[in-house]
Design a protein around this ligand. Structure first.
Ligand code: SAH
Length: 357
């Protein structure tokens, strides 16, 4: 078994087999990816203070709680000054980077707003803060403008690399086109960003072979970073009616761990996030993800009164602790797995620095 893992490069068949492994085989996989991770990116975990900028969204994805057609959502937009205060706070507390995520719109008001946030954030931190954007599909011009204004990284999840499954998860038409999403990833690469993508794991209609293909897709497009996590149902979405097809939450969680573990083996020097969805399904879920290969954590720093309106899925943690206590508790639980937080470091992708700089 260990031999199979060490037999580089893993084939799609090997990957699928390892995704189905249980017991000792599964443990051997986790132990191996942990080792690969320590050898390549060490035991440091980088932070991105997550800012959920706005839940206004023009898209209508069947799985997402903030989809356009969900009329029960109170839509909000953080004000420029609110965002800048969060950036200042993150910088002062040593987060090193922020990630600005938002529902998707390409209006001029929105693209201008992001631009202004980027320029001011870089200015007030003397270029000290790293910035990841996760604001969906935009034109090449917009991606370029944001890059020039200071965005360092861009996370755009492909959601699934199976075009067939993608079509089941989204309305038909140009605004939810699989091809356009792949093209957007290419544009981001060309523009110069550290590029991240990711998928949802445990979706209805998703097979192990599709997940193996997802990993091969990420390797083939040579990503610098990845954010992926379990699919979690939301009762105000069309996909909810298929909830009977889902594996139990614990199975989806373990499958997500195996995806992280295998991606670390396939791409030893990229940044991999331990996502909020992992924490939603299991207590200490992010720490478990770190123990099998993740090296980035994105603590939510959005003002508490807005967090409940950014519900992509149910039971998303709204955090009982204040930001400072959350970091303390994170630091302590990471110590138990012999990891430390890379305070005051941007934590750029080593893979990117080696290949694209
Ligand atoms: N509009 C941006 C950000 C989307 S929200 C964009 O398109 O990139 C960030 C991610 O949340 C999505 O890419 C999706 O993978 C995830 N997400 C949405 N609904 C989810 C659900 N029900 N369960 C798990 N993850 C979900």
């Amino acid at each position: 078994m260990i031999k199979t893992i060490q037999d580089y490069p893993l084939s799609r068949g090997d990957i699928a087999e390892l995704l189905s492994s249980t017991g000792e085989k599964e443990q051997a996989l986790f132990d191996y990816s942990y080792k690969i991770k320590l050898q390549n990116v060490g035991n440091e975990v980088f932070l991105r203070g997550l800012i959920e900028l706005s839940n206004v969204c023009e898209k209508d994805c069947y799985y997402c709680g903030i989809r356009r057609s969900n009329n029960s959502v109170n839509r909000y937009n953080l004000k420029h000054e609110e965002v800048i205060d969060l950036v200042k706070l993150a910088f002062k507390k040593g987060y090193g980077s922020v990630a600005i995520q938002s529902g998707e719109t390409s209006s001029k008001t929105f693209t201008d707003k992001i631009d202004k946030i980027l320029r001011e954030s870089k200015k007030i931190t003397n270029n000290g803060i790293g910035i990841t954007l996760s604001c969906g599909e935009q034109s090449g011009d917009t991606y370029r403008r944001w890059f020039e204004s200071g965005a360092d990284r861009y996370l755009l999840r492909i959601e699934t690399s199976s075009e067939e499954l993608y079509k089941k998860l989204h309305p038909q038409g140009e605004s939810h086109s699989f091809t356009k999403r792949v093209k957007a990833l290419e544009l981001l690469r060309k523009t110069g960003y550290q590029v991240g993508t990711g998928v949802m794991i445990g979706l209805p209609f998703q097979t192990i072979d599709m997940l193996a293909d997802d990993l091969v897709f990420m390797r083939d497009i040579n990503i610098d970073m990845c954010g992926m996590g379990p699919y979690i149902e939301h009762h105000q979405t069309p996909l909810y009616k298929y909830r009977e097809l889902l594996e139990p939450a614990s199975v989806r969680f373990t499958l997500a761990l195996k995806m992280i573990s295998l991606l670390r083996i396939l791409m030893p020097d990229i940044n991999i996030a331990a996502t909020t969805a992992m924490q939603t399904l299991e207590h200490k879920g992010r720490e478990k993800a770190v123990a099998v290969g993740a090296n980035v954590i994105m603590p939510n720093i959005t003002p508490c009164n807005y967090r409940k309106e950014y519900l992509l899925y149910e039971n998303k943690p709204l955090n009982a602790l204040n930001d400072e206590d959350e970091l303390d508790s994170l630091e302590k639980s990471l110590e138990t797995i012999r990891h430390k937080i890379g305070y005051f470091k941007q934590g750029n992708s080593k893979h990117y620095s080696k290949n694209y700089k």
